[in-house]
Structure formats: C-alpha cells, structure tokens
Design a protein around this ligand. Structure first.
Ligand SMILES: *[C@@H]1O[C@H](CO)[C@@H](O)[C@H](O)[C@H]1NC(C)=O
Length: 497
C-alpha cells in the first residue's frame, strides 16, 4: 500500500508538468517543443502502469463492483474484467500531447480522449443532427469521426449497450441531398447516452451525471441534451438535474422521425470523465469549478436545504441532535445488516436522531435525497446505495462498512477516494469474522474465511458471489460504537454549547 500511494504521487506531478508544457506549446510553437515532452509523459505513464500492475487487476474493478448490484451478473463479470484503469491525473495530458501531434498546431482534433474513460467530440459551425441515424453533419469537418458517448471507453460490455454516433462533413451530405433543418436552436447540442450501466446509482453519477455536468455547467443553461439509448424512467428520475443544467427540453434523440433535422451552432458528443464521482477543478475552464459546484447544483435540483452539517440555530429544534442514517438493504440482496435495530438503538443511546432508509426501495429520488441531506452521518455497507453521499451536507460523515473478504481496495476507489472532493469526512468499518454470516456458512479453515485472496484470484464472479451477494453482516455493537463516537466527534454539534 505504501509503495502504491507513493507511486501515485509521481504521475500527478508529471501530469501537471506535462499540462503546463502543453499550454506553453500552444502559445509558442507546438511542433518544436512537442517532441521533447511527449516521451516524458508516455514513459511516466508506463512506469506507473507496470508498478501498479498486480494491484491493478484487482483495484481496477472497484467501479464495476458497485455496478454489480443492479447491473446483473453479466454486467458484473464484464465490468470487472474490463475495469481497466485507475483514474490517473496524467492521462488526459498525455492524450492531449499525443493528439496534438496529429493535427495542425492551431486546433485540437474534433474527437479526442478526455480521460482513459472518455472521448469527447466538439465542433462548431452549421451543425445538423439526424437523431434517427445517430449522425451529426457539420460544415467545418473535413473527415468523418465516430464515437460512443458514454464514459466507459474500454468497457466493451457497457459499450455494447451504447449506440455509436458519427460526425460527418456536411459537404458529403450535400452531394446527395443536404438534410434541411426542421428545428433551429441557438444552444449547444450535447449528445450523451443512457445505455451502459445506468440504472445503478453509482454508475448513474460516475458514468453519466457528473461527466455531463462537467460539459454542461460552463454553458449556463444554453445546452440541449440529446439523449441516445433513452430510458424514460431514467430521464424522469434525474430530470430535475437536467432542468438545472439546461433551459431546453431533453430530447429522446434516437426516436427522431426520419426527416427530422435539428440544427445548432455547436455540438458536443460524449461527456467528459475526470475521476470517480468527482470533478477535477484543474481540468475545468477558467474560472474553474469543482465537485462542490456539482453538489450545489444537486441541492438546487432536489430542494436540499443544508449546504453544511451545521446544527439548527433554534435551541428548541429537534434538529439540534445530529441525525444518523443507516442505509438499509434487503437481506436477499446480500450485504444487509441483520442487527439493524440494535445498531439504531446503540446510535440513539449516543445521542443520534436515527433514521433507516433503503434507496432501492424508493423511486422518489428527491425524497431520498432530502432524507440524506437532513443527516449528519450516513452509515452503509459498500454498495451503490452509498452513492447517496452526494446529497450529504459538507462536513457530514460517511461510514463505509466493508464486508468480510479483503475488499478494502474496492471500498477505497469507489467511496473513500471521492469523499474529500465532496467535503465529507470518511470513516471505514471493516467487518471481522465474528460479524459475518459467512462464518456460519463455511468451516473456519475454508478458503472463503481463511484465505480471501485465493477467492479473489478465481476472478470477479467468484469474488462477487462469495463476498458481495451471499454475505450479510452484524457489526459488533461495541466496536461499531467507537466508530460512531468518532463520527460524532467530527461533527460541529455540541461544540458551540
Ligand atoms: C432554420 O434556419 C435556416 C437558416 O437560417 C432557415 O433556412 C430555416 O428555414 C430555419 N428552419 C426553421 C424550421 O426555422
């Protein structure tokens, strides 16, 4: 772990150097300096890669892991197998350097890699979108480009559910019969897909909503979402977010009738990924924005009142007690707390106002968002339900309970690492042998209990079935109490009395 974290510092610094260099290049003389810097970036990336290789096989499945909950077995297996990379800060810099080599020094290419997870295409001019054919004609293009507008670019399973889009020179169409505009708009057209792993809240946010925010936020509402592989229930669930980001109607673009042609001055195809559940402010255009801005937008979308986890100023308000939410799961899905009631009682005895909620059991996203936002501590077992941390007020505490089976790596990349960007405190509670139902299912010397890494080596499916689907938990109240007390000490409640 130590070597890994020290290794990870390196690419970041090199990445920054590379970015700076790149900026210099474009101002002065890109073609001259490029040759000197590109190899540095590349070899740094490679070095890190080899250093992290063994860890990577396991660690990189992290995102996929949460996807498993709703995504189904196949999705899980594939996502795991294809969980290709960590979010390396140097990636886009390296990609940009590489891409800059292809075209003339003046402009970036129409389609370029914005991270290891995402490609984005941008074009301005006479833009004509023929949604039914997933084609965008632009008069300023001199060649055709293709892309799948979903942020899992190396995940073949996810992308098998994402339609490919083409950007073509308008001239090519004019030779035949130029598609005539049936709708004109002055907004930027933004093509994205709700195929892939959507439907699982973790993927909804990390693959689609946050990447879409990164692209749309600077456009200040003058953007029209053209949604490919449109799922109406999905779009309705998150409609308040789209309405915050856009003054224009969300379009089920694949469903456009033949002959329908939507015209714009500019188009972006494909959202931009920065990092798991977060916005990297250093990659945003000036004056810059961050995960905090995303969360502020969410508060606007869902009517969330609390920006910070401060206690109510009214001394008679019951809200003076810190509120603790236990994220519940049905035991049939695995990773459920079997002693939820006792946990709640223990938390009450510490002075918490305790709530229990299952995000999967409610289809009312804004209602659950308001519940989470009203809380100061959120406790849940590793899983997509923890994605609700996006709604917590700043300064709140999230406690991730890590199931038995050496799953710390999974916990880390999915929810531990994004926590600081969300300005929430992060605590972890690792479940021991005497707190898992696995110890009732297997003899003590069975590899499942005695040698979890042997199960990891059997592949993602084995790991998922054993440790994620078939394990329920009953945390030891005495141990858990220490974690809850730690959470309490991190809150502003009581400090001002
Ligand atoms: C859209 O704009 C073009 C170019 O200005 C114009 O020729 C066309 O009639 C407009 N179409 C509609 C439906 O407004």
């Amino acid at each position: 772990m130590k070597t890994r974290s020290s290794a990870r510092g390196e690419p970041r610094r090199l990445g920054n150097v590379a970015l700076l260099a790149l900026m210099l290049c474009s101002v002065v003389a890109l073609s001259l300096i490029r040759g000197r810097f590109a190899p540095i970036v590349t070899s740094a990336g490679d070095a890190i890669k080899s250093e992290e290789d063994d860890a990577a096989a396991v660690v990189n499945k992290a995102a996929a892991a949460v996807g498993i909950n709703a995504g189904g077995d196949e999705a899980a297996a594939e996502a795991g197998a294809a969980g290709e990379e960590r979010d390396k800060e140097d990636e886009s810099a390296a990609a940009a350097v590489k891409d800059a080599g292809g075209a003339s020094a003046s402009a970036k290419p129409v389609c370029y890699e914005t991270s290891r997870r995402s490609d984005t295409c941008e074009a301005s001019g006479d833009v004509r979108v023929v949604g039914g054919a997933q084609t965008v004609y632009v008069d300023t293009l001199d060649r055709e480009w293709k892309t799948k507008p979903y942020c899992r670019k190396h995940d073949s399973y996810a992308l098998s559910h994402v339609k490919e889009w083409a950007l073509k020179p308008l001239a090519a169409a004019e030779a035949a019969a130029a598609p005539r505009c049936t709708v004109n708009s002055s907004a930027t057209a933004f093509v994205l897909s709700t195929g892939g792993f959507t439907g699982n809240p973790f993927h909804d946010y990390t693959d689609v909503l946050i990447p879409a925010f990164i692209t749309a936020h600077p456009l200040r509402g003058e953007v029209q979402f053209l949604v490919s592989s449109y799922k109406s229930w999905w779009v309705s669930r998150y409609l308040p977010i789209f309405q915050q980001l856009s003054r224009h109607e969300v379009v089920d673009v694949d469903a456009d009738a033949a002959g329908e042609v939507r015209c714009y001055p500019r188009v972006v195809v494909g959202p931009t990924f920065h990092r798991e559940l977060g916005v990297d402010a250093s990659k945003t255009p000036p004056p810059g924005f961050s995960t905090s801005d995303f969360r502020a937008m969410l508060r606007g979308a869902f009517g969330l009142e609390r920006a910070t986890a401060a206690p109510s100023g009214d001394r008679w308000d019951i809200r003076r007690r810190p509120r603790l939410l236990i994220v519940s799961r049905r035991p049939s899905r695995g990773r459920a707390f079997t002693n939820e009631r006792a946990m709640a009682d223990m938390a009450s005895s510490l002075g918490f106002d305790v709530r229990v909620g299952d995000p999967e059991a409610t289809s009312d996203t804004s209602k659950f968002a308001r519940l989470v936002n009203s809380c100061d501590v959120m406790v849940g077992v590793h899983g997509a339900g923890l994605t609700s941390m996006v709604f917590l007020p700043a300064g709140a505490v999230v406690v991730q309970v890590v199931p038995y089976g050496r799953l710390e790596w999974l916990a880390r990349s999915t929810f531990a690492e994004p926590a600081p960007g969300m300005e929430v405190h992060y605590l972890e509670y690792a479940v021991q042998l005497d707190e898992t139902t696995l110890s009732e299912q297997y003899p003590r010397d069975h590899p499942v209990l005695a040698d979890p890494m042997a199960i990891h080596k059997q592949g993602w499916n084995a790991l998922k079935t054993t440790y994620l689907d078939k394990q329920n938990l009953h945390p030891h109240l005495g141990r858990l109490k220490n974690t809850f007390l730690k959470a309490l000490s991190l809150l502003p409640h009581g400090r001002d009395d």
